[in-house]
Design a protein around this ligand. Structure first.
Ligand SMILES: CC(C)(COP(=O)(O)OP(=O)(O)OC[C@H]1O[C@@H](n2cnc3c(N)ncnc32)[C@H](O)[C@@H]1OP(=O)(O)O)[C@@H](O)C(=O)NCCC(=O)NCCS
Length: 148
């Protein structure tokens, strides 16, 4: 795939593809039903990245007043290291800011160096740690914040 990358809100018709990308990307993947329930919530924003007409990435946020939890960040493995994760999260956070979000947080496995690198590049800072929070494989959770 080499065409233009478009970032847009997730639609009902994207749910199966988003769940598939997550299942291929994460040991803690959500089901299609969990994505559908999230999309229906008034407190969420979900976005996808599309390249050559195909969904190649997804991410979401849950809003609580001026704070938002970012989750379900995944890019199709064949499309990584092209800036899609960066572009998708910038799009999602800009959308969130327009809805009044001022502080973004997320949790990530300490050993997930790709994701930690992505978040730090976007200005997230590690502010906490939950020891052995994840299982299969066991890992600490890092808690990151971006305040803007
Ligand atoms: C994490 C993930 C979303 C990154 O997506 P991506 O589209 O490849 O990210 P980008 O191309 O925008 O990369 C941005 C930066 O992240 C860091 N990064 C990305 N992949 C990396 C890797 N494999 N190793 C080290 N750093 C990496 C780099 O700093 C990179 O900047 P650079 O390319 O200028 O060096 C992707 O690897 C993925 O889907 N992983 C599996 C799912 C996952 O772990 N999600 C996060 C759960 S919290």
């Amino acid at each position: 795939m080499s065409g233009e990358i478009v970032f847009r809100p997730m639609k009902e018709s994207d749910l199966a593809k988003a769940a598939r990308i997550e299942a291929l990307s994460s040991p803690d993947a959500w089901s299609e039903k969990a994505f559908r329930d999230a999309l229906l919530s008034p407190d969420t924003l979900y976005a996808v990245a599309e390249q050559d007409g195909c969904v190649v990435g997804c991410c979401g946020l849950w809003r609580f007043l001026e704070e938002a939890d970012i989750c379900n960040v995944a890019v199709l493995s064949s499309c990584r290291r092209q800036g899609i994760g960066t572009g998708m999260l910038r799009y999602l956070m800009e959308w969130g800011r327009r809805q009044g979000v001022r502080r973004f947080t997320l949790e990530v496995r300490k050993g997930n160096l790709a994701a930690v690198g992505l978040y730090e590049k976007l200005g997230f800072v590690v502010e906490g740690k939950r020891r052995d929070f994840y299982q299969n494989p066991r890992d600490d959770a890092l808690i990151l914040w971006k305040r803007s």
